[in-house]
Design a protein. Structure first.
Length: 396
């Protein structure tokens, strides 16, 4: 974890996004390699074509059929995850696979039985669950019947076909659930933002409504008094100034309260951000902060936000531990926040603006900040004064 020169909201960028298409060439390559690994079952048909056991017409026909089969399979599996085709296209491509698999196997030999594995995978990955539960056994039975032509056992492949097919049903369900959860999370965030805007609008209306009404009334009175009673008009103007100053103070206090982060909210956001970024997180439960000054809590919340931002963006870590404890030090009782990861620490050689700002914020609250490399990663420790209320608040 290193210092980010620009601070702000944590926006994790996980390397693997389930149920979504690739965003860049690197993710495209990863997806291609992942799907390409499973093309190992094509070694049998390819070896059979190159062995010279078939006539020229049989070899050419087999090569064309195999090319068509692979094209239909990759089109289905590669494009159907995340951005599904219409049901008509899916059924059409599955029909191509369902025709080519038994036709090529029956016509060219037992080495082509592996095509049924791909047919089972395609059914499990693209069909609805109820339809897949019928299609995968049907593929298995078809493969068994085709295999009877050579009077040989096909037990291993016969077992593999339904297992892989039903496994893909589970993967498909996981992808669909992940997509739905991602949409639900975006909806919840949007609704929460709207609710916060409405709450802020209501509070500002309550704060300013009376003050502005009073200012308007006194302005009208001052205008009427100016020709004949300048002394009374001056008093009204003085009242207007006092009311406006108080309104300005109220608005500043309200805005400061909205901008001040809270430890409980930041801990919850930390768990979500680290998990989404693929980092194993150990985050304490919501602590008891009774008696802790708001300025101290706010300073620790800013430190936690900055530390998690750096873990997600720069550290390359896969594990992060967050602790929040009360300690008795020579300076008195302190509330200590620690964030430790097992990452590389990034490339920064000097503290950035974020850590400098955190140091100043903590010093203003009477606290301190320590950050640096440790044996197995990077550690940030922030401390603020706290009233003595037991030994340990919470910890990871």
């Amino acid at each position: 974890m290193t210092e980010d020169p620009q601070t702000g909201e944590v926006r994790p960028e996980p390397q693997v996004r389930i149920g979504q298409g690739p965003r860049n060439p690197r993710e495209l390559m990863i997806k291609v390699l992942w799907i390409g690994v499973w093309l190992i079952f094509l070694s049998g048909p390819v070896e059979d074509l190159t062995s010279g056991h078939h006539t020229t017409a049989g070899t050419v026909g087999g090569a064309l059929g195999l090319a068509a089969f692979i094209t239909a399979y990759l089109t289905l599996v590669f494009r159907n995850i995340g951005r599904p085709f219409s049901p008509r296209v899916v059924i059409s491509l599955l029909a191509v696979l369902a025709v080519l698999a038994p036709l090529l196997t029956y016509g060219l030999g037992r080495a082509w039985l592996g095509l049924f594995v791909y047919l089972s995978v395609a059914c499990g990955a693209t069909l609805p669950v109820r339809a897949a539960f019928w299609a995968i056994p049907a593929v298995t039975v078809t493969m068994y019947l085709v295999g009877l032509r050579w009077h040989e056992k096909v037990d291993e492949t016969l077992l593999l076909v339904p297992l892989i097919g039903f496994a893909m049903v589970g993967v498909g369900q996981l992808i669909r659930t992940t997509v739905e959860l991602r949409k639900a999370r975006a909806t919840v965030a949007h609704l929460a933002a709207n609710e916060e805007r409405l709450r802020l609008a209501r509070d500002l209306h309550d704060l300013l409504g009376h003050s502005l009404s009073l200012i308007t009334l006194k302005s009208e009175l001052a205008g009427r008094m100016l020709p004949d009673h300048p002394g009374k008009a001056a008093q009204q103007v003085a009242d207007i100034e006092q009311v406006s100053r108080q309104a300005l103070v109220d608005v500043r206090e309200a805005v400061t309260g909205y901008r001040r982060p809270r430890i409980a909210a930041e801990l919850a956001g930390t768990q979500v951000a680290l998990t989404a970024a693929g980092v194993t997180a150990e985050v304490p439960a919501e602590p008891d902060l009774a008696g802790v000054p708001e300025e101290s809590e706010s300073a620790l919340a800013w430190a936690l936000r900055e530390a998690v931002t750096n873990v997600v963006r720069h550290s390359g870590a896969d594990r992060c531990v967050v602790g929040l404890v009360r300690r008795q030090t020579l300076e008195g009782p302190m509330l200590e926040l620690s964030v430790e990861d097992n990452g590389s620490g990034g490339t920064g050689s000097v503290p950035g603006n974020g850590l400098t700002g955190l140091t100043e914020r903590l010093e203003k609250a009477g606290g301190t900040l320590e950050a640096g490399r440790v044996k197995h990663g990077f550690r940030l420790v922030a401390r603020v004064p706290a009233p003595p209320r037991g030994d340990v608040v919470s910890g990871a």
